[in-house]
Write a protein that binds this ligand. Structure first.
Ligand code: AMP
Length: 229
């Protein structure tokens, strides 16, 4: 028999599973990367996993390609399979920062059920909020170097020479889905299901809201405070 004290000790030692939720461009990737490295957790970013699968032309990537190019969500069944694979990695044993998943209520329920099956649960849900016009400005100005990966922004962090990487001299490239018309389509299509995910976890009392339009270091501090609380 597990006494209540043992049970609470056990609950307090379950691995952290932190979800960052917010629209494309809200800063989930930046904050999730920082949080994962500071806390020694595995960062699972479904957008990055899908882009890698596309680049490597895996069967899963080929199934996702057309949806991603239109700015649509990839169907739940494919996405849930992708995340299952990431959770099975040994680095996930210490805990996980989820970035970009779940993005629909069906994905949220699948995640909850799968975590419950392994004796886990989400420890924190952090909702990053940024007004839509700021998201469009952030995303549609994003470019990066195809050689070294350095990110730039046409307004907030431009290269010294327009369109050219400062380090490599390569011509900068833009993600297909960061073109302004695709950005607007992504926000319009992906906003309603994301709000359902936030409502799902708000109902469970798990959501902490963070103003994602503040300067990055203030967002980072607010995220750390939310995770510590
Ligand atoms: P992101 O880099 O997070 O903006 O994701 C890029 C694209 O990958 C999205 O526009 C979707 O097409 C796809 N994607 C990423 N995560 C998910 C998810 N949880 N569910 C469905 N599609 C996703």
């Amino acid at each position: 028999m597990i006494s209540p004290a043992d049970a609470s000790r056990e609950a307090s030692t379950t691995r952290p599973i932190i979800l960052l939720v917010g629209a494309a461009g809200a800063g989930k990737g930046t904050q999730a990367t920082l949080l994962a490295s500071q806390l020694g957790l595995l960062h699972i970013a479904t957008g990055d996993l899908f882009r890698a699968a596309l680049r490597d032309r895996t069967p899963l990537g080929e199934q996702a390609r057309a949806f991603m190019e239109r700015g649509d969500l990839v169907p739940d069944e494919i996405t849930i399979r992708l995340v299952g694979g990431a959770f099975a990695r040994p680095e996930a044993r210490a805990g996980v920062v989820l970035d970009g998943f779940p993005r629909t209520a069906v994905q949220a329920e699948a995640l909850d059920a799968s975590l419950a099956g392994s004796g886990d649960r989400l420890s924190h849900v952090i909702a990053l909020d940024v007004p839509e016009e700021a998201l469009v400005a952030r995303l549609s100005g994003r470019w990066s170097c195809p050689t070294c990966g350095t990110p730039y922004h046409t307004t907030f962090d431009p290269p010294r020479r327009h369109g050219i990487c400062d380090r490599e001299g390569s011509a900068l490239v833009q993600r297909d889905d960061d073109r302004e018309e695709v950005v607007r389509a992504r926000l319009a299509k992906q906003g309603p299901p994301m709000r359902e995910v936030i409502a799902h976890y708000r109902q469970k009392g798990l959501v902490r809201d963070v103003d994602g339009s503040q300067p990055i270091d203030m967002v980072t501090a607010a995220v750390r405070a939310a995770v510590a609380g």
